[in-house]
Design a protein around this ligand. Structure first.
Ligand SMILES: [Zn+2]
Length: 271
């Protein structure tokens, strides 16, 4: 009985601790590519947007999230952020019309040196496709969506030498600002990888926040330079999607994080 009460109290405390995390969803391609977990079929994406619209969710922008976390500016009760990594062409042709249909906003993170090109940086067996062109990026902005940098070349930032790291982070910010004539304040880490050294350079380059995935993120305190995101894979079930945008969304980040930490621990022990 006593243990049960303690368990319930812990659950309630955890709920209040984490209920203010705004779910930040991570998408890549909107396409039907069998075997690619980063490509979500168009019909599934529409089903998800329809659910968000019918259940009064508001898709917020990075600016709104920043104002909320730094100045306590209130957000709509059911807020969610939609992010697209790498700036694939199908984000423009498939995702944008659906986002407009359901009156939703999203932010795309293109790679500066890969704008309007084939996806050759993914030379690890990914299906060939292309990325959004400069004109399409401008139309994406005109449609009320946001664009923020995803570095120059999409490297593993933690493996870059100091000089290269500064270029990847600072030059992509300056390049996009010039190209799109708007401030670039929020970086997205390629592969979600970062460390203390990377964060120092991001701060020095005057970014206000940075988006990660689950690796290396802290869940107890919101770190503006290590914001966790929840991946939406190609096989995403609707019941799970509903939980991913609910007030217990952070559990999905925690599960992936613990799984990764456990695998690392196992490798250390058995190597
Ligand atoms: Zn990426």
């Amino acid at each position: 009985m006593f243990v049960g009460v303690i368990f319930c109290v812990i659950l309630v405390l955890l709920y209040f601790k984490f209920k203010n995390y705004v779910p930040i969803l991570m998408y890549h391609r909107i396409a039907n590519v069998p075997g690619d977990r980063n490509s979500l079929p168009e019909e599934k994406f529409e089903e998800q947007l329809k659910f968000l619209a019918e259940n009064n969710y508001t898709t917020i922008t990075p600016d709104m999230l920043y104002e909320h976390y730094t100045k306590h500016k209130p957000l709509p009760k059911k807020s969610v952020m939609l992010t697209f990594d790498d700036g694939y062409h199908d984000n423009y042709t498939k995702a944008l019309p659906l986002l407009q249909k359901y009156n939703m906003k999203a932010v795309v993170f293109p790679i500066y040196n890969w704008i309007g090109k084939p996806n050759k940086w993914e030379n690890f067996g990914k299906k060939e496709t292309t990325t959004m062109t400069q004109e399409e990026l401008h139309s994406w902005l005109k449609a009320g969506m946001d664009i923020q940098p995803h570095t120059l070349n999409h490297p593993f930032l933690t493996e870059c030498k100091d000089e290269e790291l500064e270029k990847e982070i600072l030059n992509s910010k300056q390049g996009f600002e010039k190209l799109l004539d708007k401030p670039m304040n929020y970086l997205c880490y390629p592969y979600g990888f970062f460390d203390k050294r990377v964060i120092e350079v991001v701060k020095k380059a005057d970014y206000k926040m940075a988006f990660a995935i689950f690796d290396n993120v802290s869940l107890w305190h919101i770190n503006l330079f290590a914001l966790p995101r929840i991946p939406i894979p190609s096989h995403q079930k609707m019941w799970e999607f509903k939980l991913k945008v609910s007030s217990i969304n952070v559990i999905f980040v925690a599960m992936r994080k613990w799984e990764r930490d456990f695998k690392r621990f196992k490798r250390k022990i058995f190597k």
